[in-house]
Design a protein around this ligand. Structure first.
Ligand SMILES: [Cu+2]
Length: 106
């Protein structure tokens, strides 16, 4: 019985780390293999700067709330500051079906 309980807890933890959209307190987002933003939803403080780094094998972009589209080639990164609290939706305009996320500014 104890073993079963432990297995269930490990299973739940495993699920949480892979495809979770729970906000993560972070200012670094990876454009991970393949076609993913990781973590997808982040939570920051007003005035923080978020850096997206492309570690995938393809060029991606970061466009926040329909504003300027930043192209990020393999191995490069882009940094954007958020001064005003709110929830900002961002997307890779090249792969908008697969790649999007949110920045929650407190
Ligand atoms: Cu992309």
């Amino acid at each position: 019985m104890r073993f079963l309980l432990l297995a269930l807890i490990l299973f739940a933890a495993g699920c949480g780390s892979s495809e979770s959209t729970e906000p993560v307190a972070a200012t670094e987002v990876q454009m991970a293999k393949s076609y993913r933003f990781d973590p997808k939803t982040i939570e920051i403080e007003a005035g923080d700067t978020v850096t997206w780094t492309n570690v995938d094998n393809f060029t991606h972009t970061v466009q926040v709330d329909g504003q300027e589209d930043h192209e990020v080639e393999r191995g490069e990164s882009v940094s954007i500051s958020f001064d005003t609290p709110g929830t900002y939706h961002y997307v890779c305009t090249l792969h908008s079906k697969d790649m999007d996320g949110e920045v929650i500014v407190k």
